[in-house]
Write a protein that binds this ligand. Structure first.
Ligand SMILES: [Zn+2]
Length: 175
């Protein structure tokens, strides 16, 4: 049991801005019902227990988006995979090949990339899922709107930094 071991979540202004951006993107994404997860669990359970899609660790605790919501991914079978917290936190919003080629701690080893990509292809085919870039989901008008919103978010970020309310980001922000 890990009850009462964690501090309440810390939300920085930077994270708040990133989450606002994600919320806007999420409005354009598909989302399955919780009841659809049963079919998904059955798929991943086939031949044994459910394991982390990336590292094979037992009892993964999260559903990770193969293609991140911030990049146009959907919360649906074909894009959700069971992941351990370590892999999920390490991968962040990147696609698998970028993650594998990164220097992030706990990334999947390069030698596993081809097998992992085969697994992804089979999984997507089974659920008829095709990856789509966020920008291609929008009409030209919507894209122009989104770009104005992005400019405002970036301006707000710089404003908060110059006012000393947000530390300038040196690290990659999850957005
Ligand atoms: Zn893992």
């Amino acid at each position: 049991m890990t009850r009462l071991r964690k501090l309440p979540i810390k939300v920085s202004a930077g994270l708040g801005l990133s989450l606002t951006d994600r919320a806007v993107k999420e409005a354009f994404a598909a989302r399955c019902m919780a009841s659809d997860l049963e079919e998904l669990r059955n798929y991943f359970e086939a031949g044994g227990e459910i394991r982390c899609f990336y590292c094979d660790a037992p009892e993964p605790s999260r559903w990770d988006h193969l293609h991140a919501v911030t990049r146009g991914g959907d919360t649906v079978p074909g894009n959700l995979v069971p992941a351990c917290g370590r892999c999920d936190d390490s991968k962040q919003d990147r696609d698998i090949d970028e993650w594998v080629r990164s220097t992030s701690k706990h990334r999947t080893p390069t030698g596993h990339l081809a097998a992992l990509q085969d697994k992804v292809a089979a999984y997507r085919e089974r659920f008829f899922y095709t990856e789509q870039a966020f920008e291609t989901r929008l009409t030209p008008d919507q894209l122009a709107c989104y770009q104005r919103f992005r400019t405002k978010i970036d301006t707000l970020r710089r404003h908060l930094e110059s006012e000393g309310l947000l530390r300038p980001s040196t690290k990659r922000v999850r957005s």
